[in-house]
Design a protein around this ligand. Structure first.
Ligand code: WQD
Length: 339
């Protein structure tokens, strides 16, 4: 029987490289498709060094039909984990067309070529950004969706495209994972969050202050209705997030499903000031910060109810915020200028 592969789009990115490592550890055969628009080719060597395993790497964009056709012709793809996409919320508001073209149009072309190649098992990387505002801030998968930014809207459109495809073509099986706030890094410190330009996310900004690349952290507002006035988020270790993809694949291959949606979060929320305090404890480094105006589009709290993933996938986040900060700091220390 021909060897079966898992195709991972965006497999050299922050989330993707951690997913690839976890799959290689379980002896999956992997094909990575990555256009390296937001990842360094040096990550390939790092993945090889950590895993001591081989894998196929194809450089290209998910919207390149010829590349997709060649992959589906050459390799027997059992399932696709679709992670490729632009993901900076602030940037999505400035360049909406780029986000709709890359995320939505690119995904549509990928799905069309999957259909033609009769590849119909898919795990899709969605985001908690699809949810709207909610009184108690604890989101379940059945909550109404009302994305507050272009990035979140691209993710919701792709979710709906997948639901419509599966409705018309019943042999598609789709697992949608709604990520909350992925942070941290592989414990080796060899891979981690490696933004090409100034990070907008909290923890990479904190570690850049700690390493001396930034003078101080700007805290976007302390007049929210939270315990200390700063926003609360459900942070999840990227290793826990990566493992959720293994559980999703397992569920996909073992069950006859249509479209299943899961929140991938820890179910605990921490404020900006709490993250700073924990990081200072873990690193022993003082993080100077300045409270400035709120950031447009931020909501005060966002917290997952992850019970459905635990009940159905058997997945639960295990690593705590201290571990997230320890691993992020080790990555930043070992790679002061990223990869
Ligand atoms: C967290 C909190 C900021 C930076 C985004 C996307 C989400 C996902 C994760 C892709 C907020 C505050 C931040 C800083 C600060 N991305 N902050 N100073 O916005 O919750 O989620 O990234 O899947 O889809 O929306 O994450 O880390 O940017 O912000 O005060 O320098 O930290 O205001 O309250 P966010 P974040």
């Amino acid at each position: 029987m021909k060897k079966e592969f898992i195709l991972i789009t965006g497999g050299c990115g922050y989330i993707g490289s951690h997913v690839v490592l976890n799959l290689l550890n379980l002896n999956y055969s992997i094909v990575i498709l990555d256009n390296f628009s937001n990842s360094s080719k040096k990550i390939i060597e790092r993945i090889r060094k950590i895993s001591n395993k081989s894998f196929i790497i194809v450089e290209g964009d998910i919207s390149n039909r010829d590349i997709l056709k060649s992959i589906f012709l050459k390799y027997s793809i059992k399932g696709v984990i679709h992670l490729a996409g632009l993901k900076a919320v602030g940037e999505s508001e400035i360049y909406p067309m780029r986000y709709y073209k890359n995320n939505v149009n690119g995904s549509l072309i990928l799905f069309e070529e999957m259909e033609k190649a009769n590849v119909k098992n898919l795990v899709f990387s969605s985001s908690a950004s699809v949810y709207g505002k909610k009184k108690n801030f604890i989101f379940t998968e059945d909550d109404s969706v009302m994305p507050q930014n272009v990035y979140g809207r691209t993710k919701l459109i792709i979710e709906n495209i997948l639901k419509d495809i599966q409705k018309s073509s019943k042999d598609w099986s789709v697992v949608i994972l709604r990520y909350f706030n992925p942070i941290g890094a592989h414990q080796s410190g060899l891979i981690g969050e490696n933004p090409f330009n100034l990070p907008s996310n909290l923890l990479p900004s904190v570690t850049q202050v700690a390493i001396g690349k930034r003078e101080q952290l700007f805290v976007f507002g302390n007049n929210y209705s939270t315990s200390d006035g700063t926003c609360k988020r459900d942070y999840i270790h990227v290793e826990d997030l990566a493992k959720a993809h293994l559980y999703a694949l397992n569920y996909l291959f073992k069950n006859d499903i249509s479209v299943s949606i899961f929140n991938i979060g820890s179910g605990k929320a921490y404020s900006v000031l709490e993250v700073i305090r924990i990081f200072e404890e873990v690193s022993g480094i003082h993080i100077p910060f300045k409270i400035i105006d709120r950031r447009p589009g931020d909501i005060s709290e966002c917290l997952a109810d992850p019970s459905k993933a635990e009940m159905i996938l058997g997945w639960k986040a295990k690593l705590n915020l201290r571990k997230m900060c320890e691993d992020a700091w080790r990555w930043q220390r070992q790679n002061p200028n990223g990869i």
